[in-house]
Structure formats: structure tokens, C-alpha cells
Ligand binder design. Sequence first.
Ligand SMILES: Cc1cc2nc3c(=O)[nH]c(=O)nc-3n(C[C@H](O)[C@H](O)[C@H](O)COP(=O)(O)OP(=O)(O)OC[C@H]3O[C@@H](n4cnc5c(N)ncnc54)[C@H](O)[C@@H]3O)c2cc1C
Length: 302
Amino acid sequence: MRNDAVVIGGSFAGLSAALQLARARRSVCVIDAGAPRNRFADASHGILGHDGKSPQTMVAEARAQLQRYPTVQMLEGVATSAEAMADGFEVGLADGISLHAARLVLAFGISDVLPEIPGLAGRWGKSVLHCPYCHGFEYGGRRLGVLQTMPVSAHQALLIADWGPTTLFLNGADMPDATMQLQLARRGVAIEPRPIAGLCGEDAALSSLTLADGHEVPIDALYLAPRSRLNSPIAAQLGCVLDDGPFGAIIRTDAAKLTSVPGVYAAGDAARAPHNASWAAADGVTAGISLHQSLVFEPLPA
Ligand SMILES: Cc1cc2nc3c(=O)[nH]c(=O)nc-3n(C[C@H](O)[C@H](O)[C@H](O)COP(=O)(O)OP(=O)(O)OC[C@H]3O[C@@H](n4cnc5c(N)ncnc54)[C@H](O)[C@@H]3O)c2cc1C
């Protein structure tokens, strides 16, 4: 059976796109591997009407609502390939199934590539954080750190200082230039240049950073901007143009969330920077509605 659309990735972006298509009475199949980017956090914040809810609960509720529509099919699995055909696209899954669709939505998200510092990865989403708007309020007024991972980290420290007393941990990297040092000093940001040996604290909590020389710096939360990678090579396989985003590759889209390949839309973290769940959902809405209108006004050859 040929679907009107196949959506690769069934989280904030993909489910939002599929919901618009379902409400337009179009057949849509959502393939999802079940590993949304924020699965490490116990609570999601800053999402209107859902502030503080667990990300898994939000996605499960959205999925249950979507499945009430008769034209929706949800598949658990991993899409491994996609190819343009004369009349649309063929998508291959890891378990050997193949699906056909007139249009595609790429909503497979990104993965964070975390620095290899002992004790860091296990605290990701709990006391090691990427976004103060998502998780800053909970650490307001506490002892905060920013880990230097890329040139933008000093700028991130200027911002984080709004939530509490902040130290920029250079972890052996070069000192910021004189202008930035002055800006950091004006914001009250301390600079710790020494390399970090590890993170300490009970369970997922953070109480200090241990430096390579054995010195301990007390701290309650550490922010960092990680590099990221697209979760799937499918955009590249299809020939979609990728751009260098501030954190890693992103799929280029226009205002309608159409990629450089006709019939292929992209939404969510894979196709934007900066990131959050509301933006991902909003992009999914744009992609779903644009895709539906393309089926009406720009049909591909049958
Ligand atoms: C630790 C952490 C905490 C966060 N907290 C917040 C917060 O509090 N508030 C907020 O607004 N934002 C938060 N974010 C950001 C938020 O997680 C992302 O912006 C959002 O998840 C992006 O949605 P998405 O649908 O684009 O991608 P994702 O949610 O990452 O979903 C992508 C989906 O595609 C699936 N997938 C991947 N490859 C394939 C494939 N080949 N085939 C099939 N399926 C595939 C994945 O398994 C996943 O289910 C947080 C991020 C992190 C890292």
C-alpha cells in the first residue's frame, strides 16, 4: 500500500507532523525507534500546558491521541534507507519491511556527543545540562558551572550567570580573549583554567568537580553545549543539502520545512538550531500542513 506520507521519527516533531496529516484524512505511517533526545531527563520544562511532565509521558499521550485516527499507522523500528522512485519514495526498515509513500518527513532528531570526562555522561539531563530555559529554574541561585566545549561556551557562561553564581571551566583550553574576560568579569563569572579529572556527587546529583591536580571545586550543576550528529544517514542518502549548524550538521529546509529534495520535508532538531521540544513540535505542524497542501496543489506523477 502506498501511504500519502511516511514520517521517520515519532517524537515531538514527527508526531506533530503526523497529527496534521491525520486530521486532513491522509494516510500516514510513523516509524519510531523509541529513543527521543530528552529521554535522560525526568521532567520536561517550558512546554505550554505540560511544564514538568516526563518526556516519555508526553510522547506516549501524543501517540495515543494520534492512534485514534483511522488513517494512522505506527511502527516501532528503525528506518535504514530511503530512495526516490518515479511515484514517490521507498523506505526500508531494519527488519526488512519496506514502505511506499508520496511524501516523506524526516524527524529523526539528533544525538549529543558528550565530552569523555569521568562521571559526566551518567549525569546528563539531571545535573549536567544543555539548556537553562529547560532546566535552569530548578538550579536557580545554586553554584553553576559552564564547561568549555566550543567557542560559544564563554558566551553561554555570560547567559548562565543570570541563574546563579557561575564558573567557566576551561578544562585546559585557551583563555578567552581580553574583551571576553572583561565581559565575564562584569557578569561575575569566575574562570577556572585547569583540566578536569571528573565529576563527583551522590547518584546523579553533582557536588563538585575534581581537577587534574586533585583540587575540588564545589558545584551543583554543569552546563555545556555538546556537538551533535544526525540520528540517521537517510537525509544524505536522499541527497538533501545539509548545513553546518552551530552544534553539528542540520538538514536545510525552507520556511515550509521542505528540504532541497522535492517531496521530502524535515522537522525538529534534525532541521533546526537552536533546539527545544516546542520548536520541534511547531516545525512538525509546519511540515505536516505544507506536505498536505503539496499533495493537493503539487501532485507528483501518479
Ligand atoms: C537532556 C535533555 C533535556 C531536554 N529537556 C528539554 C526540556 O525540558 N524542554 C524542551 O522544550 N526541550 C528539552 N530538550 C530538547 C528536546 O529533547 C528536543 O528539542 C526534542 O526532543 C526534539 O524533538 P524531535 O522530535 O526533533 O527529536 P527527538 O525527540 O529526539 O525524536 C526523534 C525520534 O526519532 C527516532 N529515530 C531516530 N532515528 C530513527 C530511524 N532511523 N528510524 C526511526 N526512528 C528514528 C528516535 O528514536 C526518536 O524517538 C532536552 C534535550 C536534552 C538532550
